[in-house]
Structure formats: structure tokens, C-alpha cells
Design a protein around this ligand. Structure first.
Ligand code: ARG
Ligand code: GLU
Length: 719
């Protein structure tokens, strides 16, 4: 084939946008997606989904905290999200006596609902394309610094104008790497109370073993309620607040679904990187992911061993372990997917066609000829710095005691300074005391002690020499790379390792005592790690990342220019999006095939009384034995637990309402299948599936297992 025909074939192949791929902007749905969605089975209009003129589905969707989604299911502010999204709150309220993590929690009435000062819920009032306003005065010749400062000023004035005389807030975000800007007018509610959570053996059934996997049987949901002041406006927690009445309450369908049915998902996907050059994908899959995986494997091994041995350690480390394991497992799936799809090869192929496209036209050539070589050079420079920063974060900062010592930096600094006012010192001291209490609540010295020597020796052995903290290198040379003696001494002698010693010290603290802290070897080592990072690494990374940002903006523009008929969607950036697809099974490997839904029978098949994550809740077992599913049963008689579909999702979509074609809630998204986790970088319609908790299982657990049918009565259920 001649070059031009290769190019035509190539443009055609890449111009096809698969149903399933894409995270679309609600306000552009009518223009870009409505027809396709309706042809696939949507019975609503784009205006029903997103409207600024009347209440629409969007008013039932919320950003839960800073990284999950939820949906309103009652006129009294009741919302559903995932168990793992409410996990932090549930854990905060848990103690050995009131172990809500293990046993679940259900408020019997509104008075028993538990406030969560650190939690907020954000609603979108409207969004607006503000590209022209934000890029006013900006041109391609100016430096990034100048460009950014103009943009910041434009954003400020645009938001100020939009917010006039309202209690709303605004957030303006870059799309397509700064080629477009959208402003989001939002309302932030700060009184959000925990209403209910199932026991862990339902809400996290299968734990980290099943995480990211299909077939799945996790009842991953929790229930909260949003409160507002008497006028329905956001207010800080107060006893006088009343349940918030959302502008739209999601109707719930108990009718179920069939294979091939259309579904869509509405929520807040966090980050995707679909338009990266091959160099970036190579860095992720060959350096970043393998390094992080290696370091976390050992941490998890040690933490899990101790969680299995001690109930206290289990409570203390559940949230931490889940966090560490979540990335750890995702990166493994992502790497496999990147390799299986030959993402780097595909990107390289694209880049060679891109080069042909450039060279064929002098206009393109003058704008884009240096782009790919600039990427190559920048990523080569970034590699050792990036690796050093991973070792700093995943090894150095993985030592909990090191991180803890940094809670005292302010106190030490203020104490050293003779001009410090007493009240400022008192404040810092109070903070240090709280930090100490908080730290030891969730700390096991055994775990940290076991990990410290291993993490330090990994750090010393593998961090690129020019960026390794010098004291670490010296200590390593002195001890031939073995940090056991050092660690034993730290845990035997350091005041930081003992809550009693530390509290006694803080209770009698005077400014002149600061030396006792700053002279501690762990304190100075931790400071040294941080200083090395900020002085020797961070600035250089920032310069390179800024350069990459600028290149990405130009490359994105070029890609859109090169493929004018392709329907592009912007990368996820924690703004409200719609993804749509079909309920579908998949084949993860040769001669295997996965069904598109799971049932309660599968929970029983996975039961293992000896393994914490596979213990089946006794009440659930009893109801199963009597097959008492009531109105929650599928028409096949079984109780469906989860299902999968080809909706394009990512982290942040957790808790996102999943709808049928009529806009009825049929489930809550909570995960992706392992084989498809590379979809943040490259989407595969054959392997990418989002995992959804069937709403019927969710309601069954609330109603029949946990006895909170009163909550179901609040909901708008369509049988
Ligand atoms: N993988 C899901 C997500 O990315 C669920 C994580 C929580 N569950 C767990 N077992 N760690 O957030
Ligand atoms: N569990 C993820 C979350 O917390 C969603 C899974 C995914 O990354 O798709 O948002």
C-alpha cells in the first residue's frame, strides 16, 4: 500500500469511536451523543439528563467527598454511594466496642445519624464553556508562566462575574490539555451524616482478593443523608439543620435487565490519559507501575499478616491496606492490558502516521515538527527524577514513623524562633498533641518495625544515585545495606515510637525542649528525606512536567486537527460525565468466558469460614437458605448481586448511579474488571467492563438483612 492509502485506512480505523468508549460532557450530549444513545436504547432526551432550565437527572447526582460519586434516592436528602467511599467515615466512627466496620451501622432514626465534619457533597448547578473568556489575551508564543498567569486572572474575573449575588461556588477546569475551559457552578453541602453501612462481610465481601475482579459479589454500598439550613442552603453541621430536598430524586427500577441492554452512567471520573505519546505510556508501564508494585507487595504482605493475627491491627490498618492494595492491583492489570494491546506499539504507529501527516503539509510541519522529539528528550530527562520521587513516596514515606515526625516540624520551627508568640506556640503544641493521638490510634509498631529496614534498603539500593538522600547513602555504606541495626535502635530508643513518652513530653513542653525532638535520628532523617526531595527533585520535575503540559496541549490540538471526523471526548478530570454502553459478558482469555451478572448463589460458593474476606454474613445465609428475596428477586428467581457493562469508567466513578434506557437507577458502579483497567490509557471494547452493584441486592441488604426497610420506604421504587 502506498503511504497515502495507509494513512486513509489508519484515519478510518482511528476515527471510529466505539460505543462504550468515552466520558462525555453532559452539556454537549445533545450535539454529540443523543442520537447514538437513543439508537442504542435510550428513551430519554439529552435535556432530561442535563438541563439548566428545569430539574433533570443531573440534580440527582453528586460528588461525594473529593473522589467518589453518589445519587439522591429520596426527597429527604438520602444518598447512596459505595461502601468503600464511605469507608473513611465508617472507620472513623469505629472502635473495638462499636465496630461498625465489622458489624455494620444503621441509624434507627434521624437523631442517630452520625455527622462527619470532614465530609462534603458537591452538586452541579450548571456548566458553561468559557474557553474564549479564559484564553483571552493568550497566544502560542508566550511562555507557560505568562500564559498561566493570564489564565488565572481570567478565571478569577469570570468566576466572580458568574457568582454575583449567589451562595454558589465556581470551579473552572482545563479540558483537552488547556485547549478548552469549562466553568462549573457548584453548591457544596457540609453537613453529611452517616445513615447506614452493611457489615464488612457484605460491603467488602471478597476484600482485596476479589477487588478489580469479575465474577464479583461485593455489596459495595453505604447510605448517607445531606442536611441543609432551613432555607435548603448549605450550612456547617448544626442540630437545627434539616434534611435537604434535592431537585431531582432518582427513580429506582426493580425490573432488572437483559444481556445487550443499554445502560448509562452518570458521575465524576477522576483521571484518564487517553491521548498520551508512546514515551509517556512507556514510562508508566516500564518504570512507574513495576516499581510501585514491587514496593507495595512487601508492605501488603507484612500488613496483612498482622491484620490476620490481631483484631486491633485489622481495624487500624483496614483502610490503609485497602488503599495500598487498590493501586497495587490496578497497576498490575493495567500493565498486562497495556502489553496485551501493545499500547506502546499502537502509539508508535500513530506517531509515525502523525509524522507523515506533518511532513505532507508545510503548515503542519511548521507548527508540529519538533513535537515528538521534544517529548522524547523530556521523558528521557524525567525518568531518573520520576523514579527517585517514587522511591521517596513509596519507600521513604511508607515508613509511618518517618511521616509522623513531620507533624512536629511546625512546633520545632516555632520553638526555635525567639520571636514566636506564645499563642502560636500553644496552637502548634495542641496540633502536635492531636496528631499524636490520631497517629497512634491507627498505628502498629510491629508492622512499621518489620518494614522499616526493608524499605530503607530498597530505597538506598535503587534510587538513582544523584537523587538519593546523602545520609541514606552514607548509612547504607556504613551498614553494608542492612538497616536492621538502625531500625532496632530507633524503635528501642526513639521518643516518637512511644505514645506514652511522647504525650508526657508534650504535656510538659516548653519551647526550649525542641532540641529533644530535632536531635532524634528519625526526625532528622525524615527531614533530610523531605529536604532532599524538595530541594533536589521536586523543582526539576515541575519544570519537566510543565514542559510536558505545554507539549500535551499542542499534541492534543494536532491530534484533533489530524482527525477532523473523529468524535473526541476530553480526558477525565473529576467533572461530571456521562458514559454509555451495553450490559455485556466478556472473554478474559482463551477458552474462558464470564457471564454478565452474578447471584447470591455465588456468595455461598465463595464462602470460606477460615478467611476473613469470605465469611458469609449469618443473616444473609439464612435468607439464602429460604430463598426469601421478595420483590428483589430477578424473574429467574435468583437474587442478582452485580452486573457488568461496557461503560467507560475510572476511579471517581465509584458510587455512580447506573441507569437503564428509561433513566431508572439499576445499580451503583463500584469497580472495573481487571483485564480492562488499562482503559485509563487505552480502551478495549472487548475487555473493558465496569462492575455495578445490582440495586436489588443493595435494597435487599438494607431491607431484609439489616432491617432498615424504613429507608427503602423513603425511595421512589418502580416494581
Ligand atoms: N477497586 C475499587 C476502586 O478503585 C474498589 C476499591 C475498594 N475495595 C477494596 N477491596 N480495596 O476504588
Ligand atoms: N473503585 C473505583 C473508585 O473508587 C472505581 C473503579 C474504577 O477505577 O473504575 O472510583
Amino acid at each position: 500500500m502506498k503511504r497515502t492509502s495507509i494513512l486513509i485506512v489508519f484515519l478510518f480505523v482511528f476515527a471510529r469511536s466505539f460505543a462504550g468508549e468515552g466520558m462525555w460532557l453532559p452539556m454537549l450530549l445533545e450535539q454529540l451523543n443523543e442520537k447514538e444513545m437513543q439508537s442504542m436504547g435510550l428513551k430519554l432526551t439529552a435535556e432530561d439528563i442535563y438541563s439548566i432550565n428545569h430539574s433533570s437527572l443531573k440534580d440527582g447526582i453528586l460528588l461525594f467527598g473529593g473522589g467518589c460519586t453518589g445519587g439522591f434516592v429520596s426527597t429527604q436528602g438520602l444518598l447512596l454511594t459505595n461502601h468503600h467511599c464511605g469507608f473513611g467515615s465508617i472507620q472513623q466512627h469505629s472502635t473495638l466496642e462499636h465496630d461498625y466496620l465489622r458489624n455494620g451501622f444503621w441509624a434507627k432514626n434521624k437523631e442517630e445519624e452520625l455527622p462527619n465534619p470532614a465530609l462534603s457533597v458537591t452538586l452541579l448547578v450548571r456548566m458553561e464553556d468559557v474557553t474564549t473568556k479564559i484564553l483571552n489575551g493568550v497566544n502560542d508564543k508566550m511562555s507557560k508562566l505568562v500564559r498561566d498567569s493570564i489564565i488565572t486572572i481570567n478565571i478569577k474575573s469570570t468566576e466572580k462575574e458568574a457568582l454575583k449575588n449567589t451562595h454558589y461556588e465556581a470551579k473552572t477546569k482545563a479540558f483537552y490539555y488547556g485547549n478548552e475551559y469549562y466553568m462549573f457552578i457548584i453548591e457544596v453541602f457540609k453537613d453529611v451524616r452517616l445513615v447506614g453501612a452493611p457489615p464488612t462481610n457484605i460491603g467488602n465481601f471478597g476484600g482485596d482478593t476479589d477487588n478489580w475482579m469479575w465474577p464479583r459479589h461485593t455489596g459495595d454500598f453505604s447510605v448517607f443523608r445531606v442536611y441543609a439550613d432551613k432555607d435548603g442552603k448549605p450550612a456547617a453541621y448544626s442540630k437545627d439543620n434539616v434534611p435537604y430536598t434535592p431537585k431531582y430524586t432518582l427513580p429506582i427500577s426493580l425490573k432488572g435487565y437483559e444481556k445487550g441492554d443499554f445502560t448509562f452512567i452518570y458521575g465524576y471520573p477522576g483521571t484518564t490519559q487517553e491521548y498520551l505519546p508512546s514515551y509517556a505510556v512507556q514510562l508508566i508501564s516500564e518504570t512507574e507501575n513495576p516499581t510501585r508494585i514491587k514496593l507495595r507487595t512487601k508492605r501488603l504482605e507484612v500488613i496483612k499478616t498482622h491484620m490476620n493475627e490481631s483484631r486491633l491491627v485489622r481495624i487500624q490498618y483496614s483502610a490503609k491496606a485497602a488503599n495500598i492494595a487498590n493501586g497495587w492491583k490496578k497497576w498490575q492489570g493495567e500493565d498486562k492490558g497495556i502489553k496485551r494491546m501493545d499500547a506502546v506499539g499502537k502509539k508508535k504507529f500513530f506517531e509515525s502516521n502523525f509524522t507523515h501527516w506533518i511532513t505532507a503539509d508545510t503548515g503542519h510541519n511548521s507548527k508540529y515538527s519538533k513535537l515528538l522529539s521534544a517529548y522524547a528528550k523530556t521523558y528521557a530527562e524525567l525518568l531518573p527524577l520520576d523514579l527517585s520521587s517514587i522511591y521517596y513516596n513509596e519507600a521513604g514515606n511508607a515508613i509511618e514513623l518517618f511521616k509522623f515526625t513531620r507533624s512536629f516540624t511546625a512546633l520545632v520551627k516555632l520553638s526555635q524562633d525567639k520571636k514566636t508568640k506564645k499563642e502560636d506556640l500553644d496552637k502548634a503544641l495542641a496540633k502536635a498533641k492531636t496528631a499524636t493521638e490520631d497517629f497512634f490510634k491507627n498505628y502498629s509498631q510491629t508492622v512499621d518495625h518489620e518494614l522499616m529496614p526493608w524499605l530503607l534498603s530498597e530505597y538506598a539500593a535503587n534510587c538513582p544515585k544523584e537523587y538519593c538522600p546523602s545520609e541514606l547513602t552514607a548509612l547504607s555504606a556504613e551498614n553494608k545495606g542492612d538497616f536492621k541495626k538502625y531500625s532496632d535502635a530507633v524503635f528501642k530508643e526513639s521518643i516518637f515510637a512511644s505514645k506514652e513518652k511522647m504525650m508526657a513530653f508534650l504535656n510538659n513542653y516548653q519551647a526550649s525542649n525542641y532540641k529533644k525532638l530535632s536531635r532524634e535520628p528519625v526526625y532528622s532523617m525524615a527531614q533530610h528525606f523531605a529536604d532532599n526531595y524538595t530541594q533536589n527533585i521536586q523543582g526539576k520535575i515541575d519544570v519537566l512536567r510543565n514542559r510536558i503540559d505545554s507539549l500535551n496541549r499542542i499534541y492534543m490540538k494536532a491530534q484533533r486537527e489530524m482527525q477532523p471526523s473523529k468524535r473526541f471526548y476530553p480526558d477525565a478530570n473529576l467533572t461530571l460525565r456521562i458514559a454509555y454502553g451495553n450490559i455485556l459478558d466478556y472473554k478474559p482469555a482463551d477458552a474462558t468466558g464470564f457471564n454478565y451478572f452474578t447471584t447470591l448463589d455465588g456468595v455461598m460458593q465463595k464462602e470460606d469460614t477460615a478467611v476473613y474476606d469470605y465469611v458469609v454474613d449469618p443473616k444473609l445465609k439464612e435468607l439464602f437458605s429460604r430463598k426469601e428475596y421478595g420483590k428483589y428477586a430477578d424473574k429467574d428467581g435468583s437474587l442478582h448481586t452485580c452486573f457488568i457493562a461496557s461503560n467507560h469508567t475510572t476511579g471517581g466513578n465509584s458510587g455512580s448511579p447506573v441507569f437503564n434506557g428509561s433513566g431508572e437507577l439499576i445499580g451503583l458502579n463500584f469497580d472495573r474488571c481487571w483485564e480492562g483497567t488499562m482503559s485509563d490509557i487505552i480502551y478495549d471494547p472487548d475487555q473493558c467492563r465496569n462492575i455495578t452493584l445490582d440495586i436489588r441486592y443493595c435494597l435487599f441488604v438494607i431491607d431484609k438483612v439489616c432491617g432498615a426497610g424504613n429507608l427503602v420506604n423513603e425511595m421512589n421504587i418502580r416494581e
